[in-house]
Design a protein around this ligand. Structure first.
Ligand code: GRF
Length: 201
C-alpha cells in the first residue's frame, strides 16, 4: 500500500488532509497516511491528524538554515518510508534536498488554475481576491509536481469552478476549496492505483 506523508502549513486548518483521511476511511482511497509533518506544534491540521491516530512530527524552521531544515525534514520523511509527499497548505519553498531526493514524488494543491494567480506570495485569500479583482469568469485549483520554484512544477490535474459577478471572495474561496478536496483525492487515488505512476513527470 502506498505510503503518504503530508506536509501542512504552520497554521494550516487541514481540510485537504481531512479529505484524504476521510476518503481512506470510507474505503475510496487505498493509500495510507504514514505521517503528517508541520512546523508549528499547535497547528489545527496536526491536531486533527493526531486525533485521527496518525503519527505527527513537528519540524520547526527557527534557528535552522534552509539546508539544516531540509536535512531534518528529509530524515523525518525517509524514516517513514514515504512513497508520496503531499503538500496540503504548506506555504514555504521546499529545500532543494527534498525536491531532488523526491523528484516527481511531491505534489502540491494550489487554489487557482496555474500558472494564473500563482507564485511567491500568492496564497490563501490573496489568490481569491486577485481572481475577483481580475473579473475572470472561472477559477479553480491545480495539483502540480513540486520543484524548487513556487507553484512551478508540471501540472498533474486541474478542476475548474465558475465565478459569478455577485460572488464575494468568501464565495469564491468556498467553491474552490470544495473542488480542491475532490481533485486532490482523485489524483492520489490515481497514483495509488498506478494510473499515474511515480515518479510523476
Ligand atoms: C488550500 O487552499 C491549498 O490550496 C493551499 O493552502 C490551503 C490549505 O487549506 N495550498 P487546508 O489547510 O487544507 O484547509
Amino acid at each position: 500500500m502506498l505510503r503518504i506523508g503530508v506536509l501542512v502549513g504552520a497554521k494550516g486548518r487541514g481540510s485537504n488532509l481531512m479529505a484524504i483521511l476521510n476518503a481512506i476511511g470510507a474505503g475510496s482511497l487505498s493509500g495510507q497516511v504514514a505521517v503528517v509533518i508541520g512546523s508549528f506544534k499547535g497547528a489545527p491540521a496536526l491536531e486533527a491528524a493526531a486525533l485521527a491516530g496518525i503519527e505527527t512530527v513537528v519540524v520547526g524552521t527557527a534557528n535552522r538554515t534552509d539546508d539544516e531544515y531540509g536535512d531534518v525534514l528529509l530524515r523525518a520523511i525517509a524514516k517513514r518510508d514515504v512513497d508520496l509527499v503531499v503538500l496540503a497548505g504548506y506555504m514555504r519553498r521546499l529545500p532543494d534536498v527534498l525536491t531532488t531526493s523526491y523528484a516527481g514524488r511531491i505534489i502540491n494543491i494550489h487554489p487557482s488554475l496555474l500558472p494564473a494567480f500563482g507564485g511567491h506570495g500568492m496564497y490563501g485569500r490573496k489568490v481569491h481576491e486577485a481572481v475577483r479583482d481580475a473579473g475572470v469568469s472561472e477559477t479553480g485549483c491545480t495539483v502540480h509536481v513540486v520543484d524548487n520554484e513556487y507553484d512551478h512544477g508540471a501540472v498533474v490535474a486541474q478542476r475548474r469552478v465558475h465565478v459569478l459577478p455577485e460572488d464575494s471572495v468568501d464565495d469564491i474561496a468556498a467553491r474552490v476549496l470544495g473542488a480542491e478536496h475532490s481533485l486532490l483525492v482523485d489524483v492520489i487515488r490515481d497514483i495509488c492505483s498506478g494510473l499515474r505512476p511515480l515518479p510523476l513527470t
